[in-house]
Design a protein around this ligand. Structure first.
Ligand code: G6Q
Length: 542
């Protein structure tokens, strides 16, 4: 297989980058008055403006050629066909099957998985409807009013992001909380004002062996039994979402109260599997289906649209352009919507756990940068915090602005002000302010360098009519498939996460060294040994 950096399109992009690297967005827009109308794409309710990027039509042509040389089309087809493209774990990658309509056919090893997917969705819907109607009684007969999702990573970030994003549509009679951290403060704060008799725990864990989740689940059981005093209460107050029925049963949860999924659903790609149970209970089955339909609309767009007008493919290719040809190291996710406050955190896992890899599928070291660093905060808050560095710092940061035309909470002119700020930030980043302009405004000469904005700072803008379940689905699938596109170009596996293993193993060794009464023999490095001894001393366990 040709190495990525030897491919003709890669070589051409290198030469092209040298040719246009001096171009300023001011010039690019001045030379082409219709750029802002042309460099856009639209699908599944999302309008994607990528005109404020440092590129020309030729750049897009070359990036599309690179996608073709790397076999992106065949890789997309392989994913949708259920091939085992997660080679290091020998698994198919079929989150797209989770949102397929009832009649669709998507096969794994010759078996159509869509009927199984819908069978679970139907069970989830019946459960959600029962809880929402007050028909799921706790052990004492009181109806369930509080739902606590216990999970971490992919079993937490998607559900909490979706719950926060779609809170407007949720049943406000239900209190929905999320516990993820093994730090006991997370559990304590999430439950401190809840009545155990009215609280239902969803233990969400693909493996049902994850340290944090099982620790929190055991604490939840003790908290419940401490109040209700009878083991039989567990069946009325715990349900499980997992692929591991044996461990669920061992924990004491009745497997009739278990919602399953499959090994072809990766953790960070699982929010549309049964892992979305808390989302479905909060929103109701109909709204939840709208969310899945939004995902599916983007899935179909990604599967079928030509790359030059394919939103996730274009976004993924732009990420390659910056990461590999312009030396960009970070991407800021800037949603101008308070409901999307957890979206950057969700995307951090999706992007960085997927593409934070340094060997190719063949196991050889990559000779190029892979996944950039993602971070972000909702606007306008971020403007009063870190935007200074984006505007005038020494690093080039790509920004994704995300906004909606109508607000879910009309209040005076708040929304126009919010969106005016979003559009203004993208404009300021791209076009800046020259020293001449600063001087012409009356800025003294000595101050002008401080009040000059170089501009030429790239951004994408994603605009949708309204934040709805369907829009959120389309937006999330947009990023999922952008990540996939990047992974294909880099020839890495975006679906494994071996890099999280080592720390877990070492924590398993250290935990007993912290807890024991007698001073243990320590065989770590001198820094770790000293930290452990200091910890024990501070705890009075010397
Ligand atoms: C995601 C990762 C990881 C996983 C958590 C929780 O892609 O695999 O974040 O989701 O470690 O795992 P369990 O669902 O098995 O508890």
């Amino acid at each position: 297989m040709t190495m990525l950096t030897q491919r003709p399109a890669w070589r051409a992009l290198e030469a092209h980058y040298q040719a246009i690297r001096g171009a300023h967005l001011r010039q690019l827009f001045a030379d082409d008055p219709h750029r802002g109308e042309r460099l856009v794409a639209e699908a599944a309710g999302l309008y994607f403006d990528y005109a404020k990027n440092r590129l020309t039509d030729e750049t897009i042509g070359l990036l599309v050629a690179l996608a073709e040389e790397c076999g992106l089309r065949a890789k997309i087809d392989a994913m949708f066909r259920g091939e085992r493209i997660n080679t290091t774990e020998d698994r198919a990658v079929l989150h797209v099957a989770l949102r397929a309509p009832r009649g669709a056919v998507i096969e794994v090893d010759g078996v159509n998985v869509v009927p199984e997917v819908h069978a679970v969705l139907d069970r989830m819907a019946a459960f959600a409807a029962q809880v929402r109607a007050g028909g799921w009684a706790g052990f004492t007969g009181k109806p369930i009013r509080n739902l606590v999702n216990i999970g971490i990573g992919g079993s937490d970030l998607g559900p909490v992001m979706a719950y926060e994003a779609l809170k407007h549509y949720s049943d406000r009679h239900l209190t929905v909380r999320f516990v993820s951290n093994v730090d006991g403060s997370d559990f304590a704060e999430a439950t401190r004002d809840l009545d155990p008799a009215e609280t239902l725990f969803i233990v969400a864990s693909k493996t049902f062996t994850t340290l944090e989740t099982m620790t929190n689940a055991r604490t939840a059981r003790a908290w419940l039994l401490g109040a209700l005093g009878d083991e039989a209460a567990v069946a009325r107050h715990f349900v499980a979402v997992s692929t591991n029925a044996a461990e669920v049963a061992k924990f004491g949860i009745d497997t009739t109260n278990m919602f399953g999924f499959w090994d072809w659903v990766g953790g960070r790609y699982s929010m549309t599997s049964a892992i979305g149970l808390s989302t479905m209970v909060a929103l109701g089955p109909e709204r939840y289906r709208e969310l899945l339909d939004g995902f599916h609309a983007m899935d179909e767009h990604f599967r079928t649209a030509p790359f030059a007008s394919n939103l996730p493919a274009l976004h993924g290719l732009l990420t390659i352009w910056y990461a590999n040809f312009s030396g960009v190291e970070t991407v800021a996710i800037l949603p101008y919507d308070q409901y999307l406050k957890r979206f950057p955190a969700y995307l951090q896992q999706l992007t960085m756990e997927s593409n934070g890899k340094s060997v190719t599928l063949a196991g050889t070291p990559v000779a190029y940068q892979t996944g950039p660093i993602y971070w972000g905060e909702p606007g306008t808050n971020g403007q009063h915090s870190f935007y200074q560095l984006i505007h005038q710092g020494t690093r080039l940061i790509v920004c994704d602005f995300i906004g909606f035309a109508t607000t879910l909470n009309p209040l005076g002119n708040h929304h126009d002000l919010l969106m005016a700020n979003m559009f203004a930030q993208a404009e300021a980043l791209a076009f800046g302010k020259t020293a001449e302009e600063a001087l012409a405004e009356g800025t003294p000469a000595w101050l002008a360098p401080h009040r000059t904005f170089a501009g030429n700072r790239p951004s994408n803008t994603i605009l949708a009519a309204r934040l709805t379940p369907a829009t959120l689905g389309a937006l999330t699938a947009f990023y999922e498939h952008s990540v996939f596109t990047q992974g294909v170009i880099w020839n890495i596996n975006p679906f494994d996460q071996w890099g999280v293993e080592l720390g877990k193993v070492l924590a398993g060794r250290i935990a007993p060294e912290l807890a024991g009464e007698a001073t243990p023999a320590l065989a770590h490095d001198s820094s770790t040994n000293t930290l452990i001894r200091r910890y024990r001393a501070l705890c009075g366990r010397t």
